[in-house]
Design a protein around this ligand. Structure first.
Ligand SMILES: *Cc1c(COP(=O)(O)O)cnc(C)c1O
Length: 228
């Protein structure tokens, strides 16, 4: 049995140490506990130990488990870190507080269309991060690094979206640091304060390079069973 509470506490200690080592403000890095494929029985111990920021990959899966969990902890902040289909945008805005995977103009258009509807309904305006395909991998979502500045401008000017930061998933076989450095450079020149980068294997390196949000799944919840 994975000791979720112990793992969470170990990760928080490691984050604080990395903040200190990197000369970062204490508390400047948010831990997003990535709970994809985890049932409520695994998420509840994390909630009980005080974790409030969670990330998920799938809209459908989240719709099945988070409304009930939110009844137990109303101040949960939920992040979507998986690809978003345009036809799921309305449901995603209803469920999530932050969307990390704004990665194409058609999705920007869909978000721009649904955002006012969600605001009228609930007064909420979920925040957006642009995903950058720093490794330029054909199978991976994200804007190419060379197109990122223009895309951020377009999201702001043409679609009226408030883009707050950038997200990347480095190629599995690469050293992650150059990707984190590239993402940070793109964020700086576009005045974007949030940097979502770093996972179980490399969150310390990401913090050294300026991550404000690290996305940690396996190191908290244990190895995931393959999704059917
Ligand atoms: C699953 C996932 C994570 C968590 O990865 P771990 O290696 O389990 O920490 C982080 N970010 C994204 C986008 C993911 O899909």
């Amino acid at each position: 049995m994975t000791d979720i509470v112990q793992n969470l506490s170990d990760i928080l200690v490691a984050i604080h140490r990395a903040e200190k080592d990197g000369g970062r403000e204490p508390g400047s890095v948010s831990l997003i506990a990535i709970s994809k494929t985890c049932g409520p029985e695994m998420i509840r111990p994390a909630l009980e130990s005080g974790q409030r920021v969670f990330g998920e990959n799938y809209v459908q899966e989240s719709a099945g488990k988070w409304p009930a969990l939110r009844e137990e902890a109303a101040d949960v902040e939920l992040h979507l870190v998986g690809p978003l289909q345009s036809n799921k945008v309305r449901e995603a805005l209803r469920l999530f507080d932050v969307i990390h995977t704004l990665d194409r103009p058609s999705l920007a258009a869909a978000l721009a269309k649904e955002m006012p509807r969600e605001f009228d309904r609930t007064g909420r305006r979920p925040r957006c991060l642009v995903q950058v395909n720093t490794g330029e991998e054909p199978q991976k979502g994200g804007i190419m690094p060379a197109d990122a500045d223009a895309f951020v401008d377009r999201c702001r000017a043409e679609y009226g979206l408030v883009v707050e930061g950038l997200m990347c998933i480095p190629p599995v076989d690469d050293l992650p640091s150059p990707h984190f450095g590239l993402l940070r450079m793109i964020a700086e020149r576009n005045n974007l304060p949030l940097l979502s980068m770093g996972m179980s294997a490399d969150f310390q390196a990401a913090i050294q390079l300026g991550a404000t949000h690290v996305r940690v799944g396996t190191a908290i919840f244990g190895k995931r069973v393959a999704k059917a």
